[in-house]
Ligand binder design. Structure first.
Ligand SMILES: Nc1ccn([C@@H]2O[C@H](COP(=O)(O)OP(=O)(O)OP(=O)(O)O)[C@@H](O)[C@H]2O)c(=O)n1
Ligand SMILES: [Mg+2]
Length: 411
């Protein structure tokens, strides 16, 4: 059986990046011969099989022809006569269209190696425009590759602009948009995802709530970058630095200030009440993209509470307790460390303030740990019952928060 390693694995090895999933393409076989060789079928739309031992994906070489609008409107043609070069030519970017055989010899008919060396993300051919998902893929590859010096080829950007202008991004289903967004959030530079989509004039179609923040001014004393869109880029990149690969933190960081797009013009550049104002657009975004619950819940908490965490040192002990309750921090203890990271990313995601200390993060975690160590069952053991337990629990937790604050005052 003639098979080649293709796509991300070859690209990442040539770039010296850590290896991810390995995908293979197989030439000269049929579904029947694959099954006979012990491969298990997985493809719904495409002829894809899993290797009987390694479980890795092996796809029959194929060509595709556009049959209907949208990401899935393709007729797939796979038979033993389809060549490796034909399969590579249907792919999205030249850097993803490099194959490597079992001896490690590279097959690169589209100049992918040259583009890797030149740090260019370039589309393979005119069929690029047939799949609107590729606009989002370009943006999420940039979130990973921009730190290595990559740029989108001008002719590729021109096609992306054309696809966005034609309204084709509106046909993308929620799951695919979320999938690409979450890959961008787990990359080193999520801001490159936003910038690439904006340059293609495509951010409006997929993330209108996020797009709306560009051009909205903030007070320069707190936000030297002024533009709220730039702030959300800086915060997203800071979150990727503080919590690498954590898309729950990354999504909350990206969306914590959505309310600033709703500030009435005459109040600018102040944003009184933007925390509450952000909840509705955030909910709308989460519903539309079917954002997972864990991501949504942390994002809502961060949107609502980020100013309270910044002011932590000025809050009364009872107020800190109530903040923890609102965050559901006693039933979902993992949430507080993530909230602290989002708030730190917000504070340090400002032009020139990247290295400012943020003692609130450690303080919030300490207060939470102290309050969490007091449990209802300990009080029940002391003979308390019914509502008395609730009162005593709150008092004991507030006292624990006070002690945690005292122990670390201005540390
Ligand atoms: N819309 C798409 C999806 C995938 N591909 C091709 O299929 C390969 C594998 O797709 P995928 O695993 O989604 O991307 P990778 O490039 O492998 O990136 P990652 O490292 O994120 O998996 C890509 O490299 C590309 O050659 C494509 O051309 N067009
Ligand atoms: Mg892959």
């Amino acid at each position: 059986m003639k098979s080649y390693l293709v796509g991300g694995a070859v690209r990442d090895r040539l770039l010296g990046l850590p290896p991810g999933d390995r995908d293979f393409v197989v030439v000269g076989e049929t579904p029947e011969s694959m099954l006979a060789a012990g491969f298990r079928p997985v493809g719904r739309d495409f002829p894809v099989f899993l290797h009987p031992d390694t479980g890795e994906e092996y796809a029959l070489a194929r060509t595709e022809r556009k049959s209907a609008p949208g990401h899935r409107g393709f007729v797939v043609h796979a038979d033993p006569s389809v060549t490796l070069d034909q399969d590579l030519a249907r792919r999205d970017f030249t850097i993803n269209a490099i194959a490597e055989d079992a001896d490690g010899d590279v097959v690169d008919p589209l100049g992918g190696v040259r583009d890797i060396e030149a740090r260019v993300l370039r589309h393979v051919g005119p069929a690029f425009v047939e799949d609107p998902l590729r606009v989002l893929r370009a943006a999420r590859f940039m979130a990973r590759l921009a730190p290595l010096g990559f740029e989108v080829a001008p002719e590729t950007m021109a096609l992306m602009r054309q696809m966005a202008a034609g309204g084709e991004l509106d046909t993308l289903v929620a799951e695919r948009v979320w999938q690409e967004l979450s890959k961008a959030l787990s990359a080193a530079q999520p801001s490159a995802f936003l910038r690439t989509l904006r340059e293609a004039d495509a951010l409006r179609a997929v993330l209108p709530e996020v797009d709306a923040l560009y051009g909205v001014p903030q007070r320069a004393e707190y936000h030297p970058e002024v533009d709220t869109g730039i702030h959300q880029e800086l915060v997203s990149d800071m979150a990727a630095r503080l919590a690498p690969g954590d898309t729950v933190v990354g999504f909350a960081a990206l969306t914590h200030d959505l309310g600033k797009a709703r500030t009435p013009a005459h109040e600018l550049p102040r944003h009184v009440g933007h925390e509450q104002a952000g909840l509705a657009p955030l909910r709308a975004l989460c519903e539309r993209l079917k954002v997972p619950l864990e991501h949504r819940d942390l994002a809502l908490v961060a949107c609502r509470e980020h100013l309270n965490v910044h002011r932590l040192r000025e809050l009364r002990d009872t107020t800190v307790h109530d903040l923890l309750v609102r965050c559901d921090a006693f039933r979902k203890p993992g949430r507080i460390a993530k909230l602290a990271l989002v708030c730190e990313a917000d504070k340090r995601g400002r032009l020139g303030l990247e290295d400012e200390p943020y003692p609130q993060a450690a303080q919030l975690r300490r207060m939470h740990a102290a309050a969490l160590s007091i449990q209802a069952r300990d009080l029940a053991r002391e003979g308390l019952e019914g509502p008395a337990i609730g009162d005593a629990l709150r008092k004991a937790r507030v006292a624990a928060i006070r002690a945690a604050r005292g122990a670390t005052a201005d540390a």
